[in-house]
Design a protein around this ligand. Structure first.
Ligand code: MV4
Length: 500
């Protein structure tokens, strides 16, 4: 640390892989900062390894022997002379023990303090921390429940159905819905034993179950000088088994007034744990547009690009600047929403087969291009999708002047995407984007359960009738060639699935 409080960072090690490693390196490079990749044996030929200025092999494919091993990451930073580590998302990104170790080694973690991670890693500690502010919470307990008889009394006051949640949980793990008092004891025992084995912490609490919520999250950024701002919200209600399918910014349901209120709440949540860097404050919103603080994610999120598209800010550059000790480069008043952005996650999964990972070689891989299209990917044509990690191939992001334009652009981009060799979720994404409930903005976290069955992607006989009708109409009206209707590879983001 210099007398000005600015710490120099000239080389960053990226403790991650795939698209997010590349995405972080691109911003570092634009700032004139050198990059170090760490990679497992499964990632030898990955683009992020070639893109980095230096790369260090850190072990066998399983992340427990490579990307998650503190000593290997720290050792690689020291041997290459990197002053800072960017953890990306997943892996070590929210690991307070790792954050503490990085600090002890005299290195900089590009992220919040270990203490912030610890507070927000515990749902109960988070509720406790925000108590000093006026933050709306779902009615329930803000302490661990142990006495079943007492808990039943509280449950009756809160009102059934209720939800039992694990304090150490997150992303839906260890949650139990209880419909009425008769199920309470059984569900509570299940929740406690599940939480104990999954997190080593059996603390559970209860909340009123919000039946048809939307998931709305607010991006925040803090610096070391006490400044905290929000960069508006992302709507992530379209999820499948707690995995986000489509994210957009801004949300189509927020009024400017609600946006301001939620933004202010998110800033206070961040203040409650002296937050530094990029973070996300998650809210549930009910049908009456009441919102409730749920949890805070202390990392850069997968879906951060939609926020970058509407604000024009590079969140990774800002993370790096803040980690050096610089004040935020913008104030709340500098931030405005420009247009609308949508992101879909492209997975190597088979929507027709219960979204089972479909591993294999990307025989054809041609991402879409053109105005308002951003592709954050980590693969190239000819590469195998490794079985060891998350099967996300890419994030496809579009921006438009309006929500309608961003959606139309996304449908165009999905149609332009050429992937063969593996089955992808692209047709499933098209189905969602064209669904009247999505188009109208009237949806909640039950969207996929409510509207999706594999059959909607498999209506080829009907489609053939539609093609026949279209072909007949086109040929008779203009005589124009219609050859391009059916000469695409069969596994292309099938237009068949896109009809609705
Ligand atoms: C809830 C809820 C309903 N009521 N809490 C799931 C993940 C975790 N972040 C919190 N989650 C939920 N908490 C109350 N009191 C419903 C969910 C929930 C959910 C939330 C956001 C997005 C998708 C979801 C899917 C199922 C359940």
């Amino acid at each position: 640390m210099t007398s000005s409080g600015i710490r120099s960072i000239t080389k960053i090690l990226i403790a991650n892989r795939g698209e997010i490693a590349l995405r972080v390196m691109r911003s570092a490079r634009e700032m004139g900062i050198a990059t170090v990749a760490v990679f497992s044996e499964a990632d030898r030929n990955a683009p992020f390894v070639r893109y980095a200025d230096e790369a260090v092999l850190i072990g066998p494919p399983p992340s427990s022997q490579s990307y998650l091993v503190f000593d290997k990451i720290i050792g690689a930073a020291k041997s290459t002379g990197a002053q800072a580590i960017h953890p990306g998302y997943g892996f070590l990104s929210e690991n307070a023990a790792f954050a503490r170790r990085v600090k002890e080694e005299g290195l900089i973690l590009i992220g919040p303090s270990p203490e912030s991670m610890e507070i927000m890693g515990s749902k109960l500690a988070a509720k406790d921390a925000v108590k000093k502010y006026d933050i709306p919470l779902v009615p329930g307990t803000d302490y661990a429940i142990t006495d079943i008889e007492k808990a039943k009394v509280i449950a009756a006051e809160v009102g059934f159905p209720i939800l039992i949640k694990a304090s150490a949980g997150g992303g839906g793990k260890g949650m139990r819905i209880v419909e009425d008092a008769s199920q309470f004891e059984e569900m509570m025992k299940l929740a406690v034993s599940e939480a104990t084995s999954a997190f080593g912490d059996g603390s559970v609490f209860i909340e009123r179950y919000v039946g048809s919520p939307r998931h709305i999250e607010v991006q925040v950024m803090g610096d070391m000088h006490g400044n905290i701002v929000h960069l508006f919200e992302r709507e992530c209600s379209v999820q499948r088994r707690h995995q986000k399918v489509i994210e957009e910014a801004p949300s189509s349901v927020l009024t400017p007034e609600l946006r301001k209120q939620m933004g202010a709440c998110a800033v206070q949540v961040a203040k409650s744990c002296n937050y530094i860097g990029a973070g996300t404050v998650e809210f549930l919103m009910d049908e009456k547009l009441n919102f409730y603080f749920l949890e805070m994610n202390t990392r850069l999120q997968v879906e951060h690009p939609v926020t970058e598209m509407i604000t024009g800010k590079d969140l990774v550059k800002e993370q790096i600047r803040v980690a050096m000790g610089h004040p935020l480069s913008f104030s709340q008043d500098d931030l405005t929403i420009n247009g609308h952005s949508v992101e879909v996650r492209v997975y190597a999964e088979d929507p027709a087969n219960n979204f089972l990972p479909d591993i294999g070689k990307l025989t054809t891989y041609v991402p879409p291009k053109g105005p308002g299209v951003r592709v954050d990917d980590g693969f190239e044509e000819g590469m195998d999708i490794p079985i060891y990690y998350d099967p996300m191939i890419a994030k496809l992001v579009t921006h438009g002047a309006t929500r309608e334009e961003a959606i139309a652009r996304m449908l165009r981009a999905i149609d332009d995407y050429r992937i063969t060799g593996v089955t992808t979720t692209l047709p499933f994404c098209s189905f969602v984007l064209k669904h009247p409930a999505f188009v109208s903005g009237k949806f909640d976290t039950h969207f996929v359960k409510s509207y999706f069955t594999p059959e909607v992607l498999n209506n080829s006989s009907e489609d053939e009738e539609v093609i026949a009708a279209l072909t007949a109409a086109l040929v008779s009206s203009s005589g124009k060639s219609v050859h391009n209707v059916d000469d695409q590879p069969a596994t292309r983001s099938s237009w068949k699935a896109n009809r609705l």
